[in-house]
Design a protein around this ligand. Sequence first.
Ligand SMILES: C[S@@+](CC[C@H](N)C(=O)[O-])C[C@H]1O[C@@H](n2cnc3c(N)ncnc32)[C@H](O)[C@@H]1O
Length: 258
Amino acid sequence: MDYIEYNRRAWDKKVDQGVKYTRCVDSATIERARNDDWEITVTTDKPVPRDWFPESLKDQRVLCLASGGGQQGPVLAAAGADVTVLDVSEKQLGQDRSVAERENLSLKTVQGTMTDLSRFEDESFDIVVNPVSNLFIKDIRPVWKGAARVLKQGGTMITGFTNPIVFMFDPNEEAKGRLVVSNPIPGSTLDGLSYEEKQAAIESGEPVQFSHTLEDQLQGQADAGLLIAGFFEDDFGGSRPLDRYSRSFIATRALKMG
Ligand SMILES: C[S@@+](CC[C@H](N)C(=O)[O-])C[C@H]1O[C@@H](n2cnc3c(N)ncnc32)[C@H](O)[C@@H]1O
């Protein structure tokens, strides 16, 4: 199964459904960003600390990686950055283009997978912003390597990802409010399903998700030459049982060191 192509279609469908992660920022947010009053998220709700970015974004080349949906890209462009948004979903990119058109902002959109950044030259970006998205790919190490290659020396990689513990629980039990450990890490939402269950999961059109070890998430960045210099956690805002026990998302700031 070509899960990248499958997830591309799944995300196009999410735009049609208008789910949270596909909803564009409003005009007031862009107006504030033009006046240097801005914030973005790379997890669920907690803003990325302002000091993870340089004081001014003017002329900073920013790659918003797997970041379609009309959120991070338009805000950073309004704050003065030279923004390129890459996403696998053409409809998610359409959200960024519609905000850019509505607000008369300049940004580039590129359809492609985060696992292949070969279209970008070495050291061509100051900042890579990568909101929670690497759960939609199996092998995340090529993303760290690709991002490190396209970043300038001293450049910044800001990434959100899912805490692997989120994937450990049986989703059917969790829907009933019970946390029952059932899934090894790493793995995917298709693991352990019968043939019929797998077919039903695929026909549902929901994206296939992959869990990764913290070693691949953190040491994977270090191995690519990205040194972790900042860290915070976020949660589901109280909407999932796990919020009572743990945070479910992690954000890192990493610096490219030679
Ligand atoms: C949860 S959204 C994150 C972006 C959104 N702006 C936000 O902050 O909520 C996940 C994004 O990852 C994208 N995506 C999924 N698989 C991808 C891949 N292989 N390459 C690039 N983007 C991908 C989806 O299309 C979607 O836009």
